[in-house]
Write a protein that binds this ligand. Structure first.
Ligand code: IPM
Ligand code: MG
Length: 367
């Protein structure tokens, strides 16, 4: 098969982790007889430096002409980088929000799974960690607070900032359908997260999700308030299968979920529209403080590449090969620094970003 992939390495650790994901993809392609072509384009801070804007039409076109997009991370240190002196619509994050909207990537899938080998890196109490967990956060990605009107102006003599949280029925319905469809292929449970005790947008969310649920009688549905969900995630994460939620709640809860997997460096993501096209990126940020040091964990990006093979190319065996290789590397005791946790230093070996890439590449085999 021919795979035409556009890459957005981005800023900070982005280029380092994408380089390792490409090596893993190349090895997988050579083992399974596929041919990959890559085109690298700029987005985020590096695009600001080159073109004065975080997202160019050229990058959008390059993404649209590909079968899928593999991304690293964008952005810099928000207190010190000159990118954050620009007006908000010209900052790196505006590029990411812009490409999600331009490509209509409304469904963001963020699986959070506790590898048995990483139990010691999980910060939860033994009784919670020992049960393990395997959840999928289905985050709505092109609506809500991140896309509503926002402005700051002086009202009654003081600066007043406004952000608006808007959801249309159709936006809720299409993400709810995705969640129930995925739940059918998993443990058939959806927990929909909202703040319906306060917000109108959440009350509509709940109503539409209840309507969609009627078409999926085989899937159980429960509603949970977001503050309770934040607490339940660290109390008993094993209760979650598919977590369906709106944009901002999903942003926050997925960072929380990633941390209990041992490290935010483990969480991949897929952002999908209604076709097989998708943009695949780690859930974590650009970690400017460790950029260029060869210590970043490339696993979230490598697992995002596996999701790309599965969702955009229907190459399940190849995706399994990558996931197995990651599992084996952890079994064999290799850890990037973020995964060291409370591990006994005699039992595990600390490695850098490139070495982790090498170890995973070595373990890609024809299953
Ligand atoms: C994420 C990030 C982005 C988001 C930022 C960089 C705009 O935090 O992908 O979770 O909030 O969606
Ligand atoms: Mg986030």
């Amino acid at each position: 098969m021919k795979l035409n992939i556009t890459c957005i390495p981005g800023d900070g650790i982005g280029p380092e982790i994408v380089a390792q994901a490409k090596r893993v993809l190349d090895k997988t392609a050579s083992v399974y007889g596929h041919e990959i072509t890559y085109k690298d384009v700029l987005m985020g801070g590096c695009s600001i430096d080159a073109y004065g804007v975080p997202l160019t039409q050229e990058t959008i076109d390059a993404a649209k002409s590909a079968d899928a997009v593999l991304m690293g991370s964008i952005g810099g240190n928000t207190s010190t980088s000159p990118w954050y002196k620009l007006e908000p619509s010209k900052r790196p994050e505006a590029g990411l929000l812009g490409i999600r909207k331009a490509l209509n990537l409304f469904a963001n899938l963020r699986p959070a799974y506790l590898y048995p080998q990483l139990k010691k890196a999980c910060p939860l109490k033994e009784e919670a960690a020992s049960k393990g967990f395997d959840m999928l956060i289905m985050r709505e990605l092109t609506g809500g607070l991140y896309f509503g009107d926002r402005f700051t102006k002086e009202i009654d003599g003081e600066l007043t900032a406004t952000d608006t949280l808007v959801y249309k029925e159709s936006e809720i319905r299409r993400i709810a359908i995705k969640a129930f469809e995925v739940a059918r292929k998993r443990r058939k449970s959806v927990i929909s997260v909202d703040k319906a005790n306060v917000l109108d947008s959440s009350r509509l969310w709940r109503q539409v999700v209840n309507e969609v649920a009627k078409d999926y009688p085989d899937v159980t549905l429960e509603h949970m308030l977001v503050d309770n969900c934040a607490m339940q995630l660290v109390r008993d994460p094993a209760q979650f299968d598919v977590v369906l939620t709106e944009n901002m709640f999903g942003d926050i809860l997925s960072d929380e979920a990633s941390m209990i997997t041992g490290s935010i460096g483990m969480l991949p993501s897929a952002s999908l529209n209604d076709t097989s096209f998708g943009l695949y990126e780690p859930s974590h940020g650009s970690a400017p403080d460790i950029a260029g040091k060869d210590i970043a964990n490339p696993i979230a990006t490598i697992l995002s590449a596996a999701m790309m093979l599965r969702y955009s190319f229907n190459l399940d065996k190849e995706a399994d090969a990558i996931e197995n290789a990651v599992q084996k590397v952890l079994e064999d005791g290799y850890r990037t620094v973020d995964l060291m946790g409370s591990s006994n230093k005699d039992e595990v070996t600390q490695v850098g970003c490139k070495a982790m890439g090498d170890l995973i590449v070595e373990r890609i085999t024809n299953l």
